[in-house]
Design a protein around this ligand. Structure first.
Ligand SMILES: [Zn+2]
Length: 49
């Protein structure tokens, strides 16, 4: 079972990425370090709805 989740920059709240999430492996909200084009550098991105 996989579901698509949207990843938003925690600094500017811009939604930059979407990824597939395995609900069994990631019961909690997932976080990634990704490049945010709005911030212009790598920021933490968090799962959002
Ligand atoms: Zn940002």
């Amino acid at each position: 079972m996989r579901s698509i989740v949207t990843m938003a920059c925690v600094d500017c709240r811009e939604r930059n990425y979407s990824t597939e999430k395995n609900k069994k492996n990631d019961a909690n909200r997932i976080e990634f370090k990704k490049f945010c084009p709005r911030c212009g550098h790598h920021t933490l991105h968090r799962e959002t709805r």
